[in-house]
Design a protein around this ligand. Sequence first.
Ligand code: NAD
Length: 694
Amino acid sequence: MKKRLGVSFTHTKFQHYWNWFTTEDLSVDIELIELSFEKDNVKDIHTCDGFILTGGIDIDADLYGGETDYEYKPDTFQKERDLFESSIYHYAQLHCLPVLGICRGLQLVNVLEGGKLLQDLDRYNDIHRISTTQDKYHDIFVEENSLLSDITKSNTGTVNSAHHQAIDKNELGNNLKVNAWSGTADGTIEGIEFNDKTGKAFMLCVQWHPERMPDKEESPFSKNIKESFLNEIRITQMKKIHVINPATEELIAEINEDSLQSVADKFELLKQGQMSWAALPLQKRIACIEKFYALLDTYKDVLANTLTAEMGKPLQQSYNELNGARNRIKYFIDQSAKWLAEEWVTSEGGTKEKITYEPLGVIANISAWNYPYLVGVNVYIPALIAGNAVLYKPSEYTTLTGMHIQDLLYKAGVPVNCFQLVSGAGAVGEMVLNLHLNGFFFTGSYRTGKYVAERVATHLVPCQLELGGKDPLYVADDVEDIESVAAAALEGVVYNNGQSCCAVERIYVHEKIFDRFVKSFVAQAKKMLIGDPTAPGTEIGPVSRKEQLRFLLSQVADAKEKGAIVLTGGNVLNGKGFFMEPTVLVNVDHSMKIMKEESFGPVTGIQKVSSDDEAIQLMQDTEYGLTAAVYSSSFERAEKIMNKMNTGTVYWNCCDRVSATLPWSGRKHSGLGATLSYQGIRAFVQPKGWHLRG
Ligand code: NAD
């Protein structure tokens, strides 16, 4: 696989940077990737093994607290470019990847490391000052014992220049040192690198333009720099996550995985940032989340298409998920102030008492792939609003979606040191479990969730689990409209390709209406449109993983062996993609895995019962406790059944739904703790009791 060199796009002579790297330089093992703030291709940053930060228009003065009005300032700054390139630089540093900064690139690195710029070199400065036509030339001195002197093997040289800003030598960024000075008496800084290079990757920044020096094929100040930089890229060792489109089986991206070091560095960064984030007034944090809420709408097309491409849900359902996520965010925006406010519990007498709610600190959000927007916002939105910093590990099957979430949170103003994504599968999750975080919020399977709880138990911090289910639905004999109940139940089975934690996984129907219900259910299942999830009207797309097909087929085979009858479906579709036909089985009982184990696909068993009591007994015959649904025209009858359910959620005449205003919680193997509702706000704070006398 080729190494990828990301070149940040600039409107100023971009082709020079691109063409600097000849076919011979790149050989067969490196390719160039344009990283463009205009195309906003953030996801490509996460695929690169090294970066060039290029020259161009002045950096926004706000970024380094400079005067916004100065001589020769540009008509407008490019805030989007600054933000985009900041993401590149932070990414490179957190993942220990090589960076070459040129001209503005050098200035940006200084600013991002906490330094400042001279906003305009003396207008009569005829040595460096940019002219509209040609570069200027001058001598430089190279500092001994620097990376630059190692690379160039020179103490002096001649370079070109075309700039009107420079690093303020009294305001050099943290841990930076000057490696070259202008040979003139004006003291202009010509190059920087890290002072202490321990644990750092190659980072070299120059004020001149090596990519367009006339003698670039010979000059050590161009040729040697280029060669050294490419060699550094060649020796990088990033592990990659392969993102596969489950509908086409095509490889759609190869994303860098996090390492032990990068996970630890991100945690350190969050520890530094959390306190100042928490110290902001609540309304300021909420304002960032409001911006994020708006951005989810602005970017909805790219977000929905990305989600469908990487996990296969029908496109319309991806849009629905985004809408649902926004509704939840709106709830948190509107309700958080109320539930995070201090409470006076005793305001009379000698001792006054109040409760305040303080953030937990830095929390982990280890997430699942089936509803990455919904299950994500349940955690990181209230966590951030409450003043926590978040280490977010999306599922390896929705890494691209996770990257978009991070990017939009940054665009919304959430600081880099308050939200960090780590990419990878279980091994990276393990690294997160080893960190001394202040809370662990996990969404995923029972198996992993139990393991997570055991692993973090010794940390003695909150650990919440949103896990799987084997959710039952019972249809009593008094339902009025069997057709529409069958339609609702079927949607509960197949929505999201059957991969919802609260999907209808098993159905019990009163014997008096069993045949009519089954007939209608099967007829509707047969009509469902299965196929390309991007095509309008598709109701069922692929399941997300190939292994899942094998698992579903094994459940069907087990049931058939034990006497079940398949009324429709039961097979995978031929051809590309991981498609499972909508599958309905009858003659099922609880000796069969399909009635006991979470299926997570568009399959269900329908069992006949002779009474409500039998239905209750079967509905309760499970290790899980997420949701249970009852369809009946009598609320009293349904209520009696719902009262007996040991589940976090019950439904009357509806199913497979989640509401922001109600707690979302599983019992037994379905989880621990609650998200959403006011309880899902308080989950991210710790109470402090105040006893006040005087
Ligand atoms: P999973 O358990 O395989 O993975 C969940 C997350 O845990 C992923 O990010 C994964 O990389 C990570 N992980 C895996 N091994 C780990 C380890 N050893 N240490 C730390 N992290 C590790 O689950 P999944 O397949 O992503 O999600 C599907 C499951 O999630 C289903 O069971 C579904 O019912 C459940 N789910 C529950 C809810 C809910 O609200 N209750 C919501 C969505 C999904």
